[in-house]
Design a protein around this ligand. Sequence first.
Ligand SMILES: [Zn+2]
Length: 376
Amino acid sequence: MRRSLRLLLPICILFFSIGCTSLGEGELEEIEQYVEDEAQKVLLSQFEKLRQDRETYAAVCAPFDIYDPLEKICYPPETCETVDDCALLGDELAEEIYEWFGDLLTDYAFDGDGDTFDEQVLARYQVEGDDLTQPQFVVVDEQLEPYRDAIVTHMAVWDAFRYLIPKKEREMVSGFTIFTDGDEEMLAQVEPDTKNVANWILGVDVVDAEESYILKTTLLHEYAHLLTLQQSQMDMDEEVLFADAEDPIHQTAAATCPYFQVDGMGCTKETSYLHQFYVQYWEDLIEEWDARDIATNEEEAEAFYEDYEDQFVTDYAVTSPDEDIAEVWTYFILAPRPAGDEIWEQKILFFYQYPEQVKLRAEVLSRLYSYLTLED
Ligand SMILES: [Zn+2]
């Protein structure tokens, strides 16, 4: 198993006030303008047509199920019942995927030399069950219009996500946003839905989504945030969420949270994956991590990674405990079960102690395998 070395590349949680976006103060307050009149009609009719085509296809096979035209049957993903069966199936699938498609975790790396600009939202969709609804297309510069109007691509990206993650595991997703900051830099993000902070919006950079393997690993990383920050895992604190970066409420909230406090969001629950992970792997590091300002100082972060390379699955994982657990979960899904000699391997084994995660791994890998096979 190889761990990828790459520059710090945000594939992260979007904080409203602090965190990993390059948005400056005030930019968030800019009012978005949506495409109207004739241009809107054209886009909506394209969207409607694609939606109907999808329904026709869905009547034949679920997306990415393998269709055998001779037998006229669909092969749905493999399933498993007991933890032992699922552990075995997961390992087999991880191996098959590696053998046929290579190491998706190695591809999970950009050189960071892309051509980027300020992040720009192109389209917003509501999510209802499996479906995208109520599209809104943002008025953008002419050179970005083709990306905004690529509804086929938007839907394909959504299909990738909704297929990889079983429906019952992604009920917190209420919206889907297509954005871009150009080539590379930010790949994807999740953010709480301001209309109801128990829900989340998934955002994907449509320019970067062209890299098929990277898209899949990125979607897994983003899902890991949803998994570890959802309502059952963390109490979202709206006052903290909507406060400015300088607001002392961030310190007050952190001081009153008896468990791990997710910066700019809320307090994790005692039995949450993230708090347990923090207790095991971060408590001894956090003081130094704070003092060296790893969250915001890129150079120090690289040095920190070099100092503690045996503890992290990627260099991006040093950014924060919540990014670390997202990277680890992605490795847990895709990598073969490690021996556990080193701390970064033990972090992957952390998720094997949860039967529901062992099952989810098999399910996700099974979906990924049939998806990759169909795409090939
Ligand atoms: Zn992230």
